[in-house]
Structure formats: structure tokens, C-alpha cells
Design a protein. Structure first.
Length: 319
């Protein structure tokens, strides 16, 4: 199971989500009947708590609150207009003129559990928060759960960090799947590589370089790695730059947790550190882009660090 850091929902969040979970309460109150026992219900959702130790915690908090307010809704609330009303009620700073996203669907109820918000880019006045979410929908009697990586964009304004839009909603299953390569099949089958569906779809579409897949297999040989993003859900350009990210070419992976422990929590670990060990292993295995909480040199190459890479490992290939 992916580690989640959550807190009890506030009264505001509860008021936004209570209707979405009314079906669950109704089922529990009438559990004596066979009909209610078989009725699908949305899972309970807990608010995600962003700790002060996270890089850019206020930007992350705004992104998380935006997703929780906009995309937890009852069947009548799956419209942009209703989402804006929820955002206003929750006091979430935003200037999103358009909310026409597949995460909203009229006639559908939805439960959105934030798994982890990872930085995708950061400047003094702009941020990308690539947020892994567990997104469950209920339409009539059909329950569906997908794990998506959603790229939330923010700007620093006078009143604070403000959501300006969603750059990626996490994609969709490929219309045509390619025949998976051997490393692709092994990654998809691995119980030590935790993938969001956004990344799984990238692999099924044949968009990920085999070197990246082989690297993931090497890094997970003795540990469980939790992937935030491969390609879909990552900013197209290296943030605040004209350079296209190697993620877009399928040549990089971002890992937000190792053995269930977030990389941001591993920064302060003084004993043998699995995050640093994986960075060293990636260099030894031939990676030419290795970013994380530390910068160091080995006989196989050098790593880099900055504020953005305090909460994940970036492992990739420049060419």
C-alpha cells in the first residue's frame, strides 16, 4: 500500500464532501437488506496534511485544497459551476476560468483522495505541483477507481499562492496499446514498483524508453519504489525554461517514496539512507540525470539538487 499522510477532515471539507458520501451512510444504516449490501459506494476520503518540512509547503497546501474541494462531489456537483462554488466556499485561492476537465462529470459522484503532492517546478512566483490522486467515480451502479497524476499550476500573488489551472488531468488509457517490450512487461507486473495509472498508460502506449524501464527494475530489485510520474502529468518544458523535459521523451522517472517512506522525510535520516543509496545505484547503472535532496559525485558520475528535488528522486537519461 502507498503511504498516505492524512489528517482528519475539517468541517469545511466535510460539508463539501458529505453529499458525495451520503450513499455510503445510507448503505450503512440499512445494511440488513441484501440490496444495500450490494450497492457500490464511494470510499471515505481524508484530508491530506502537508507538513512544514515539505519544500514550498504553502504552494502544496493550496494545490491539495483545490483538488479536494473541486473534485469531491455528489452526482449533481460534477459541473464547472458547482466546482467553482465549492472552491469559493472552501476559501481556496484560484483564478481558474476553465474547469472543463474529465475530473468533473455531470450525473457522476466522485471521491478524490490526495496521495502525494510532488513539485514539478518552482520559481519565486510560479509553481507546478504534480499531485498523485486516487480518483473514484460512481455513476449509477458503476464504481471506477484510477490513480492519476494531476499537474496543478499556481502563481504567487499578493494574497498568496493561487491556483491558475490544471496543466494535465493525468491522461487516459491509450486507444491502441503497443506490444509491451520485455522490460515493460516486467515493470507492469512488478509488485515493488507502485505506478499511478497515468504512468501505466504511458508504458502501455509504448512511450517510455526501455532504459528508463530497466532502471526502474534495477532500483526496485531490493526496495519498493513509488512513482509519481513518467511522462503524462509532468510539465512539458523544464520549468521556467525552453528545454523540453526528458520525461516527455520517456527518458526519466520521478520517485516520491521508497519502501513507503516519502523522499522528503528521508532527507533528515542520518543512518544509511535508501534515497541516497538509490541515487548512487542509478549513477552506477548509467543514468545521466540524477536529482534528489543531495548533490554528490561518484566514480560513475554526479548528481544534482535544488529546492524542487527535495521531495523526490529524478532519474533519467539526457539523450
Amino acid at each position: 500500500m502507498i503511504l498516505r499522510r492524512v489528517a482528519t477532515l475539517t468541517a469545511i471539507t466535510l460539508s463539501l464532501a458529505s453529499c458525495a458520501f451520503a450513499g455510503q451512510e445510507a448503505q450503512q444504516s440499512s445494511s440488513d437488506t441484501d440490496e444495500s449490501d450490494s450497492a457500490p459506494v464511494l470510499p471515505a476520503v481524508s484530508a491530506f496534511e502537508v507538513s512544514e518540512d515539505e519544500p514550498a509547503p504553502e504552494a502544496k497546501r493550496t494545490a491539495v485544497r483545490f483538488l479536494e474541494a473541486a473534485f469531491n462531489y455528489e452526482a449533481e456537483g460534477g459541473t464547472p459551476e458547482a466546482a467553482r462554488e465549492r472552491l469559493e466556499a472552501a476559501g481556496v485561492l484560484h483564478s481558474t476560468d476553465r474547469l472543463d476537465t474529465p475530473l468533473l462529470s455531470p450525473g457522476t459522484a466522485a471521491a478524490t483522495q490526495v496521495v502525494y503532492p510532488q513539485l514539478g517546478g518552482l520559481t519565486e512566483d510560479a509553481a507546478s505541483v504534480m499531485t498523485v490522486i486516487e480518483f473514484t467515480t460512481l455513476r449509477e451502479q458503476e464504481l471506477s477507481t484510477r490513480i492519476r497524476t494531476v499537474d496543478v499550476r499556481l502563481e504567487q500573488k499578493e494574497q498568496g499562492w493561487t491556483v491558475t489551472g490544471i496543466a494535465s488531468d493525468g491522461g487516459a488509457p491509450p486507444e491502441t496499446e503497443t506490444t509491451p517490450s520485455d522490460p515493460a512487461e516486467r515493470v507492469l507486473a512488478s509488485d515493488r514498483i507502485q505506478l499511478p495509472d497515468s504512468s501505466r498508460w504511458d508504458i502501455l502506449a509504448g512511450d517510455i524508453d526501455d532504459r528508463t524501464l530497466e532502471m526502474m527494475l534495477s532500483l526496485s530489485a531490493e526496495r519498493t519504489i513509488s512513482v509519481a510520474v513518467l511522462s503524462t502529468g509532468h510539465p512539458i518544458n523544464v520549468f521556467d525554461s525552453d528545454s523540453v523535459s526528458n520525461h516527455i521523451h520517456g527518458r526519466a522517472v520521478d520517485i516520491w517514496a521508497i519502501d513507503g517512506v516519502p523522499v522528503s522525510d528521508l532527507r533528515s535520516r542520518e543512518e544509511t539512507n535508501p534515497a541516497r543509496a538509490l541515487m548512487e545505484l542509478a549513477l552506477a547503472e548509467g543514468a545521466t540525470e540524477v536529482g534528489g535532496p543531495w548533490a554528490f559525485s561518484t566514480s560513475a558520475g554526479a548528481s544534482f539538487t535544488d529546492t524542487v528535488h527535495q521531495d523526490h528522486l529524478h532519474i533519467g537519461f539526457k539523450q
